[in-house]
Design a protein around this ligand. Structure first.
Ligand code: PMP
Length: 407
């Protein structure tokens, strides 16, 4: 099926800009944050222009509009990510806060000395540090399942490390460094059979619209709006309502209570019990507009387009002498991280930037992964469905020239 990328690009105002260097923007930093379609920008603007009011509290018309907009967005997000029926979405600041919510609330209530938290070697800090903090406070232990040479999860090691002590398994659906897509349906099933809670960090998979987020037996799903073409500062934790209702609030304040007296406070059911204070109302509405936008994209065609771009990118990178790509798992999102012998990633990024190309360098908030690869910094090109073959070709040409200059 053909995919009209030029038509899609017109929906994203930032993509057609000319930079201060006089170059046209080539945006290959989508894993850090994605660009926003006009409909998202307009939804946020419309909220502040017309409907701005606090939610759930006042009887006036604007408060009604704001509350309806916020709750409608929640319903759209739940539907888009397959969180119907017993699941619901708690609004958070993003995947980081979602994982912290799970670790602080569920973790501190349920973990104890001798318990284990099983993660993988390819996790982002957001799926390491909150669990480390919970482990320190409860006496539980963080256990790490290893990787194979191609950057895929070592399933044998995972199985060996899954034990009656494993109270929770928390894994990235897609790695932000390697692009590896983990088989969360299989991992989730193993966790379920083991009696472990299963948490998925879907921050990097959600923007690529992989359908299996909802088909896996997940207890917690964490994701960020800004990586899914929505605003920054908004995300969700999706979980079963009954699980959320069994968890204590981890922040107290307005909007999350039933009754407050000097003696005692009672809390509202989920999701409100985890949404203390005035939330990011405009962000939630913008995120709702983003899932509306994603719903209008042909998922199969978008994935085929991204896959073709990734293959072209990897083929081009393989031609560059001294370049090593990290992550060649069979199932990957369109992310390519690489190192070039004798060349510092920041120098590469500066020369690419002079050509208008935006990439990211560094440890990508995955220091343990980089340490295991014996690298301190990688250059990462991360693509979205609005990127083009011409951009990939231009990137390879520019990189090739940069390497020749720097070597
Ligand atoms: N998990 C992964 C795999 C990520 O790539 C990121 C963002 N880089 C996060 C979690 C955290 O997302 P956020 O910064 O939006 O909270």
């Amino acid at each position: 099926m053909s995919f009209d990328v030029e038509k899609i690009r017109k929906d994203f105002p930032a993509l057609s800009q000319t930079l201060e260097s006089g170059r046209k923007l080539v945006y290959f930093d989508n894993a850090a944050t994605a660009q926003k379609p006009r409909s998202v920008i307009d939804a946020v603007c419309a909220f502040y222009s017309r409907d701005n009011a606090n939610i759930h509290r006042s009887a006036h018309e604007l408060a009604g509009r704001a509350t309806r907009g916020y709750e409608l967005s929640r319903a759209k997000i739940e539907k888009f990510f397959g969180a119907g029926g017993e699941y619901c979405a708690v609004f958070t600041r993003g995947a980081t806060e979602s994982l912290n919510l799970a670790a602080c609330s569920w973790g501190l209530q349920n973990l104890k000395s001798g318990d284990e938290i099983l993660v993988t070697a390819m996790e982002h800090h957001a799926n390491i540090v909150p669990w480390q903090m919970a482990a320190e406070r409860t006496g539980a232990k963080l256990v790490v399942a290893g990787m194979l040479g191609d950057g895929s999860l070592d399933m044998e090691d995972f199985k060996n490390k899954l034990s009656p002590k494993t109270k929770i398994v928390s894994v990235a659906h897609a790695s932000n460094v390697l692009g590896t897509v983990n088989d969360i349906a299989a991992i989730g099933e193993m966790a379920r059979q083991n009696g472990s809670v299963f948490s998925v960090d879907a921050a990097q998979s959600a923007p690529h619209m992989l359908d299996d987020i909802s088909s896996a037996p997940c207890d917690f799903i964490s994701l960020s709006g800004h990586k899914c073409f929505g605003p920054t500062g908004i995300g969700v934790l999706i979980a079963r309502r009954s699980l959320l209702d069994s968890m204590p609030p981890y922040q107290g304040g307005g909007d999350m209570i039933e009754n407050v007296s000097w003696r005692r406070t009672t809390f509202r059911p989920a999701p409100e019990r985890f949404e203390a204070g005035t939330p990011n109302i405009a962000g939630a509405i913008g995120f709702g507009a983003a899932v509306d936008y994603m719903s209008g994209i042909d998922k199969t065609a978008a994935r085929a387009h991204e896959r073709a771009l990734l293959e072209r990118l990897v083929a081009g990178l393989s031609e560059i002498r001294g370049l090593r790509i990290f992550g060649s798992a069979k199932e990957k999102v369109a992310v390519a991280s690489f190192a070039i012998d004798g060349v510092h990633p920041n120098d590469i990024a500066s020369l690419l930037d002079a050509d208008g190309i935006a990439v990211r360098t560094g440890h990508h908030c995955a220091e343990p992964l980089l340490t295991s690869l014996d690298e301190f910094s990688l250059t990462r090109a991360s693509l979205a469905f609005y990127n083009t073959e011409e951009e990939v070709d231009f990137f390879i040409k520019s990189l090739d020239r940069a390497v020749k200059i720097l070597k």
